[in-house]
Design a protein around this ligand. Sequence first.
Ligand SMILES: *Cc1c(COP(=O)(O)O)cnc(C)c1O
Length: 366
Amino acid sequence: MSHSPTVLEISLSAVEHNFNYFKSIISGDTKMLAVVKASGYGSDSVAVAKLLEEKGIDYFAVAYADEGITLRNEGIATPILVLHPQFQNLQLMSSYSLEPNLYSEKLLCEFVRISKLQGLDSYPVHLKFNTGLNRLGFRAESLEKVYSLLRNEKSLRVKSIFSHMVASEDEESREFSMKQISEFDAIAREFENLWGYRPIRHMTNTSGVLNYPEAHFDMVRVGLGLYGFANDVSQDSKLHNVLTLKSVISQIHEVQSGETVGYNMGYTADAPLRTATIPIGHADGIFRSLGQGKISVKINGKKAPVIGNICMDMIMADVTAIDCMEGDEVILFDCREDISRMAHEAHTISYEILTALGPRIRRKIL
Ligand SMILES: *Cc1c(COP(=O)(O)O)cnc(C)c1O
């Protein structure tokens, strides 16, 4: 339980709006999987999952087993796909009804061995196919081999097959994406031929859902979109911002002309200056590269540039032009544009800004 005045507020009504938006653009019989890995992209996976379960989400996905166990311990009952189960965790899957992605022959054989030992029957598993990302997954050529390994296995059943797009947010990569889609489609057909039934087929992430209706197949996997980002300025406006990061002013300094502020004299005052010290730093995910005026915070409705170097636990902002005092609220971000600007200035993507928000920041569900 955190007592920190530095708070990440999570708007569940915004998550619900975003969920409804994605529901509205997929067909009625397409399922939706919500990706809640990395603590729900830095938010609160349990709160987000509880809301979405109530709204009728079909599936959840997490990256690792522990993330799925957290959801189960909090009472989440919806099926959970573990995207990157690890050898050491395979035997935990059935105790927590977690459904592993089996992406390699070695992993598959190990899960077969465990499922027999545990006496499982038709345990749901998922097969991932590599159509270009070269990260996890079987190649199309392995399909017959996989079939030969599984055809007589009663302990497990392939519930879904899936792939992952390389550049679904990038219009210039359309040709590559279309090739991936047709390759996955061919894999799905071949699967049906061999196995004699059709598993759930899925391949799109958030920007894939938006940009490639032909790739929705039977289910879409939405992560970042639920948290308010479409990866595209024109589509972003359809979504609501979920996250607000707030803190308070710890101390105000009257800095004399010629004095410096922060480590390594990162800022030199060329005129008298008022600064506010704020209790959040690079250990909390405010990257050091965002110092030196690259970002501003908002205090009493006005912008205060962050000056000097970002410290581990603190930042300093120029509040010379702002009527404020110790204890006043400071807004680090309260809209998508703020988060996107941070990402831009840190030469990264919004995903990294969100997932870097550290555990010292208190999460508050609205
Ligand atoms: C993280 C992840 C997603 C979600 O991607 P977003 O761009 O956040 O929607 C979907 N599928 C896989 C395999 C992932 O690893």
